[in-house]
Design a protein around this ligand. Structure first.
Ligand SMILES: [Ca+2]
Ligand SMILES: [Ca+2]
Ligand SMILES: [Ca+2]
Length: 229
């Protein structure tokens, strides 16, 4: 697990959110319902800190419109490389579908600027990750998509789909994005699920040049092949 530096922007945000969430945490301490009951993160490219789960104040609230009161905080995910961070949640049945909002902060320490951010839902972690099946009940607030998804100051979300959220924009190296918020419908009948999140780096100019060369050579080869026939 990563660490937060006292006085840093992520630490200040964490303290502010903790203070705001404290009444809800205390009020839910004796709640009987539990949907997401735990989480563990897996990644070779990032550290995760400031994560905590509030017992749902409104279980089985699918399909709530607007911001769901059920919340999981993951306040600092610090990427040091490009790749996925898998967060595996432990789930207990509550007799319905509970809609959660996830609130995040993401730090870019990769040395690369980012042009996007991709979120997926599935099962398993790392090379064992498998995308969830469409229609399986685990989704990003499908089919109504009546709760907001926001991606902080750098990104704008594309229209959501059942199992993918993609945001595009420009997030420079060394930037921190707070205010990332999205919704997940968590059904009964599963014991775990995985939220996979991956930054998308701005393509290197050399990569773009290489891609153009490949395209030109391919076009020329096709033309010569047609002439030779
Ligand atoms: Ca929903
Ligand atoms: Ca749903
Ligand atoms: Ca909703």
């Amino acid at each position: 697990m990563g660490t937060l530096t006292i006085g840093s922007a992520p630490a200040r945000i964490l303290a502010r959110v903790l203070c705001a969430a404290l009444p809800a945490i205390l009020a839910s301490a004796h709640a009987q319902a539990g949907e997401i009951t735990g989480l563990a993160w897996h990644s070779g490219v990032a550290s995760v800190a400031g994560e905590f789960i509030v017992a749902p104040s409104d279980p089985n609230n699918d399909d709530v419109a607007g911001v769901s009161p059920n919340v999981v905080f993951i306040l600092q995910k610090n990427y040091v490389g490009i790749g996925p961070v898998d967060i595996e949640f432990t789930v207990a049945d509550t007799g319905g579908v509970t809609e959660y909002r996830i609130e995040e902060g993401v730090n870019n320490s990769t040395g690369l600027d980012w042009s996007g951010y991709h979120l997926e839902l599935g099962f398993g972690v790392g090379s064992g990750f498998v995308k969830a099946a469409a229609g399986g009940g685990l989704d990003f607030d499908a089919p109504d998509f009546n709760s907001p998804n926001t991606f902080g100051p750098f990104f704008t979300g594309l229209p959501p789909t059942e199992l993918d959220l993609i945001a595009t924009g420009f997030m420079p190296h060394a930037a921190f994005a707070s205010g990332i918020l999205f919704h997940i419908d968590v059904p009964d009948g599963i014991t775990t699920f995985t939220l996979r999140q991956s930054p998308i780096a701005v393509p290197e100019p050399t990569s773009i040049a290489g891609l153009l060369i490949v395209l030109v050579l391919g076009r020329r080869a096709r033309r010569e092949w047609r002439i030779a026939r």
